[in-house]
Design a protein. Structure first.
Length: 123
């Protein structure tokens, strides 16, 4: 598209991206920031899980076997071939879900990259 494609009465504007502070954005929109709890009881568990180093193939295999690739709680309930209802994956409600999934990913990467093993059995 070039300048000749536009009507001469139209005005073009150049939009740029910039950093906006969250407090400025909240004030402009009239929203309030969510209240954060005073004590995060899962923080020590999260820090411990983030600090686990996968350094042996045995540990990596054990982690890949114990941590499922998909949420085990997701179900579709059917009766006589008709779907009655669907239970969505509830794992995201787990406060340490992201750290557990990251630990499984580190174990898979260790097996694939450092050990050179085929990890298709865990996918």
């Amino acid at each position: 598209m070039n300048a000749s494609d536009h009507n001469t009465n139209e005005r073009l504007a150049l939009v740029s991206w910039g950093w906006v502070e969250q407090s400025e954005l909240m004030a402009a929109s009239g929203l309030q920031a969510p209240v954060k709890p005073g004590f995060d009881w899962a923080a020590p568990i999260r820090n411990w899980l983030d600090g686990v180093q996968v350094q042996t193939p045995a540990l990596a295999h054990r982690l890949c076997q114990l941590i499922p690739a998909q949420c085990p709680f997701e179900r579709t309930v059917t009766l006589f071939g008709q779907t009655l209802f669907h239970i969505p994956p509830l794992c995201k409600l787990n406060p340490v879900y992201e750290e557990v999934v990251a630990l499984r990913f580190r174990a898979l990467c260790y097996l694939a990259d450092d050990c050179g093993e085929d990890i298709s059995q865990y996918c």
